[in-house]
Write a protein of this length. Structure first.
Lengths: 903, 115
């Protein structure tokens, strides 16, 4: 404590130091005056009186200095002195300083930019209290190869009563139509069980959220709306509570408005931007009766009991699953092997971009490393220029540590200035840069360049400055005094050490940039392959526009309840749209059938019961199902391989038909002709059992789910036999994407003015945005690799120039002794090539490791792709040679006469 | 000079406080003179070292100072002891006395008195 007290006293002295010193000086002078007076009174002559007084007082300067040393903080004072000196040094060589600061700013700015994305997505994906308690519950049937099969209402109750969770909730994200305003609006909405907000732990800013203990079996007709919707659609009306809104024609009452900063959890920005929540028990209309086997394809999320780790919760849950299986053997047949798995919610939300972001962070980390190495190299180069200065200082008595500290302060200042510059540039350019971030990135809107990011930038610059500033400082201050003073740079031990370190640094730089370039090359090839893959359908000149039919909870108010009723509407809508100028063909499908146009959550998996193969009660395999109109296949240029496509004669009252793709045929009817086989899809609502669907045709595989995946089994059903509410209209032809939405809206609303029309996109755009995260990471890594190459080129140029400079005497002697200029050129280039070769060997080894780590991000190219490896090595070598060529030319043109005379 | 002891570390502060306690307000030169007088010129006071000490004591709150004019019309800084300084003086005086007693006892002890 005493130490601390003294420290604070000293600290305050440090601040008031000048004043204390001033006073001390004053008092000593006064004392002298008194003493002199007295001596004069005692009879001394004035001069002698003063002399005696001074003698008696003692060494005044020493007293002042002692006092100063004792009362202040020499460390801090030295630091300030060093800083002042460092600023002076930086200003004295502005060229060097600007280049070094720019390089550091580049490295740290880029790293900070990527960090800000990672900060928003990976580090803070859940803006809710106690985010570590939030988990996602996923039920799997590994026995039949089915994953994420959903949860049934009785299972939800079991989970809720298990004591493992505080709250459990199901949520289904979709879009709802809000009518009653002038234009029917589509709103991102979620149907949830009432405990949803209790799980998230967020309350309303106005009114309340749903009561988590609400047991209404059907929808409870309560709505919670977002702050955005409240302000946009209702002008922030404070009387909003209790207002009745019509959602898909169902009246419901607003009970709460969420706070302005609230963001929903979800995998896509659309889901994160949910604006409307409706709650229900899903145990009554419109949901089927609550049976154990009736699983909803909803996302189940839960909040663990406080203090319960996910692992412990999983153990409890496994026990629960075992006892349920014993209790209801008919619902959980052993061969299906029902399991329930908990995943931290944060992980599930960023799962698909995590790998890309980590890759980017790795890449940008390498760029930072390279830029730091480059600056260290520059510092070392300057060290030789300052060798004389250091020697003089040492000769004058500066301690080695003192010199190290001062040099270190200089490099640290460089790095911190660079870091701050990088941050400032990033801060000013954030709007511009955010355009390049793909929109499919979850939490895109939460990316911000704030205090946390600034702290990151500063910490990184200090750490980098410490690591890369210390070694040059150490080596710069290491001198053999006499040798250096006599002539700096001629074979003194210190400079040899420095050039060895410079070689190591350049080799490291080359190796790192090779790694980055190979990573970029592999990603580029993957992307190129993916972009040029034959998708199996033709997206050009096709527009997809979404619409949706009202989906009221009371089926009796649904005017499009049956396939026949909906069919009338659809045929009329398609006919009218064909009249739009430029449109050649039209088709309609469910939303999930938009090629590449949706996330995983939209995928509809249907149980596939093959006639004679699966019994009704067993757990059948699940197949990806798409509902389309007959024109869909022709519009998208999909190839029929066997049988037939849908025809206009396939209607509600004719036998149900299905078309499958080759992958489905291969998977479920290997070595058989699937045409004519019958399947039951388990949708028996309102129909007699068993309800067989006949497979009428097989089409070639099309990459409509994912460009990277050729063979996902798919089954197409006829929309005129199976009505669906969330629809996509397709138009092929020469249309203007800007005005088409309005034209289609006019045509659709001429048939039914309550139908919303939204989200018009060309399929080419859809395709491009399905690749957006890949494209983003590819572009970024390529950008980083380019930067790395540039920096490595600069590094090797600097080093070779330096070598040439050091060897100029040797070169001059060689020339004088008759060496050919060509030989000199070759000698210098050889030095550059040696460095490049060493860097390439190291880099290739590193690249092999990295490329295997990122194999999950590659498509159609092996992690050891020879072409990429060889090509990149060639590029690097070329750059190294080019960078060595300029100093080599200089060496070649050296005039031995002038050179040897000047020394 | 060897025969005159230097002022012991820490004792100078005590002397300053005591002087100010007895004399009331006093300037630096006066304090120095007074200490030399009382110690009967046995003690060599490096007068300069007094001033850093005064600064330190003032910083610690034992004394306060203000500018004023001396008897012979010279500008000077006058020091005065504070309540805290008096308290410090008291504790340090008793500490000293105790230490002195103990030391004295050690000096007076004779071999045969030891058990």
């Amino acid at each position: 404590m005493k130490f601390l007290r003294r420290f604070f006293i000293r600290l305050s002295n440090f601040a008031s130091g000048r004043r204390a010193d001033q006073r001390l000086r004053e008092e000593l002078a006064e004392h002298l005056a008194f003493q002199t007076d007295e001596n004069v009174r005692a009879g001394m002559p004035p001069a002698e009186a003063r002399r005696q007084a001074v003698l008696k007082l003692g060494a005044a300067e020493a007293i002042r200095e002692d006092h100063h040393a004792e009362q202040s903080l020499p460390f801090v004072e030295n630091l300030f002195q060093d800083l002042r000196f460092a600023v002076r040094m930086l200003r004295r060589s502005p060229g060097f300083s600007l280049i070094a600061i720019a390089i550091v700013a580049l490295g740290i700015g880029a790293t900070t930019a990527i960090y800000s994305v990672i900060d928003a997505t990976l580090l803070h994906p859940l803006p809710y209290p106690h985010p570590s308690e939030l988990v996602r519950i996923e039920a799997n049937l590994p026995g039949v190869g089915a994953h994420d099969v959903g949860i049934s209402i009785p299972e939800l109750k079991d989970l809720q009563n298990s004591g493992i969770f505080q709250y459990v909730s199901l949520a289904f994200f979709g879009t709802d139509t809000l009518t009653g305003n002038t234009q029917p609006t589509r709103i991102a909405g979620k149907s949830v069980t009432p405990a949803y907000f209790a799980v998230l732990g967020v309350d309303a800013q106005l009114g309340r959220t749903f009561d988590p203990h609400d047991t209404t079996p059907g929808f409870n007709n309560e709505l919670v709306i977002s702050d955005g919707l409240w302000k946009r659609a209702f002008g922030g009306d404070p009387q909003i509570l209790g207002k009745i809104l019509r959602i898909d024609n169902d009246p419901a009452r607003v009970v709460g408005v969420m706070p302005a900063g609230f963001r929903d959890q979800g995998q896509t920005p659309e889901e994160v931007g949910t604006e409307l929540w409706a709650a229900g028990g899903f145990a009554d209309d419109p949901a089927p009766p609550p049976m154990r086997g009736t699983r909803f394809p909803f996302v189940a999320i839960a909040r663990l009991q406080p203090g319960l780790s996910p692992a412990a919760a999983q153990a409890h849950l496994d026990a629960l699953v075992d006892s349920l299986k014993k209790q209801y053997p008919a619902d959980y047949p052993p061969q299906a092997a029902w399991t329930v798995h908990l995943t931290p919610l944060a992980e599930t939300l960023v799962g698909n971009v995590r790998q890309s972001l980590i890759l980017l962070f790795g890449a940008v980390g390498l760029v930072l490393l390279i830029s730091c190495v480059n600056v260290a190299n520059l510092l070392l180069a300057r060290a030789s220029a300052r060798g004389h200065e250091m020697a003089v200082r040492q000769a004058l008595g500066a301690a080695r540590m003192r010199l190290v500290r001062q040099l270190f302060t200089e490099s640290l200042l460089l790095f911190v200035l660079g870091g701050i510059t990088g941050f400032v540039v990033l801060f000013c350019a954030q709007k511009f840069l955010l355009q390049f971030v793909p929109e499919t990135l979850p939490r895109l809107n939460d990316i911000s360049i704030g205090w946390g990011v600034l702290a990151f930038a500063i910490v990184v610059s200090v750490v980098a400055g410490t690591i890369f500033g210390l070694a040059p400082a150490w080596l710069t201050s290491r001198l053999y005094l006499t040798a250096t003073l006599r002539q700096e740079g001629r074979g003194s031990n210190g400079s040899r050490r420095r050039s060895r370190l410079r070689h190591v640094l350049v080799i490291g730089e080359l190796a790192l940039s090779l790694v980055l370039m190979i990573a970029a090359g592999l990603l580029l090839r993957s992307f190129y392959d993916l972009f040029n893959v034959q998708p199996g359908f033709n997206p050009t000149r096709v527009m997809a526009i979404e619409t949706s039919l009202p989906n009221p909870n009371d089926p009796n108010t649904d005017i499009y309840r049956t396939a026949t009723q909906e069919g009338v509407l659809l045929r009329e809508v398609l006919r009218r749209n064909r009249t739009i100028p430029g449109v050649e063909e039209t088709a309609v499908s469910d939303r999930a059938a938009i090629p590449l146009g949706h996330g995983q959550s939209d995928r509809r998996m249907t149980p596939l019961i093959r006639e004679g193969l699966e019994a009704q009660s067993s757990q059948p395999p699940l197949i990806d199902t798409l509902i389309v109109s007959p024109e869909y296949f022709h519009l998208l240029d999909m190839t029929l391989l066997r049988g037939r496509l849908f025809v206009d004669q396939d209607l509600e009252d004719t036998p149900l038909t299905a078309v499958i793709n080759e992958a489905a045929a291969r998977t479920y009817w290997p070595n058989e002709n699937p045409v004519g086989k019958r399947v039951d899809l388990g949708d028996h609502s309102g129909r007699a059992k068993p309800d067989w669907t006949t497979i009428v045709g097989v089409i070639a595989d099309a990459r409509t789910e994912s460009l990277a995946d050729a063979s996902i089994p798919q089954m197409y059903l006829d929309i005129y036999q199976r009505p669906f509410k969330f629809l996509a209209l397709y138009l092929r032809g020469q249309v203007d994407p800007a005005t088409i939405a309005a034209q289609v809206r006019a045509q659709v609303q001429a048939v039914d003015p309550n139908l919303p029309v939204f989200h018009a996109e060309t399929l080419d755009d859809v395709l491009a945005s399905s690749l957006s995260v890949r494209r983003f990471s590819m572009e970024m890594v390529a950008l980083f690799a380019g930067t790395a190459l540039l920096l490595a080129g600069l590094g090797i140029y600097g080093t070779i120039s330096y070598l040439v400079n050091e060897q100029r005497r040797e070169i001059a002697i060689r020339l004088a002794l008759g060496a050919q200029r060509r030989d000199i050129l070759r000698m210098v280039l050889h030095q550059g090539l040696t460095l490049a070769a060493a860097g390439a060997v190291l880099g290739l080894a590193g690249a092999l490791v990295v490329s295997h780590l990122m194999s999950g991000l590659l498509f159609g190219v092996a992690p050891t792709d020879l072409l990429t490896f060889a090509g990149v090595t060639l590029v690097l070598t070329t750059v190294a040679l080019a960078a060595s060529y300029i100093p080599a030319l200089r060496a070649m043109r050296l005039d031995p006469n002038t050179m040897l005379h000047s020394e | 000079m060897k025969d005159k002891p230097d002022v012991l570390q820490g004792t100078l502060a005590l002397m300053v406080l005591k002087t100010l306690d007895v004399l009331g307000s006093q300037h630096g030169y006066g304090i120095a003179r007074r200490i030399e007088q009382i110690s009967g010129d046995i003690l060599v006071l490096n007068q300069g070292s007094l001033y850093p000490l005064l600064l330190k004591l003032e910083h610690e709150g034992s004394i306060v100072s203000e500018r004023g004019t001396s008897d012979n019309n010279r500008r000077a800084r006058f020091y005065r002891i504070t309540a805290a300084g008096r308290k410090q003086l008291q504790t340090e005086t008793s500490d000293w006395e105790r230490t002195a007693q103990i030391i004295e006892r050690f000096f007076n002890v004779k071999a045969e008195e030891l058990p």
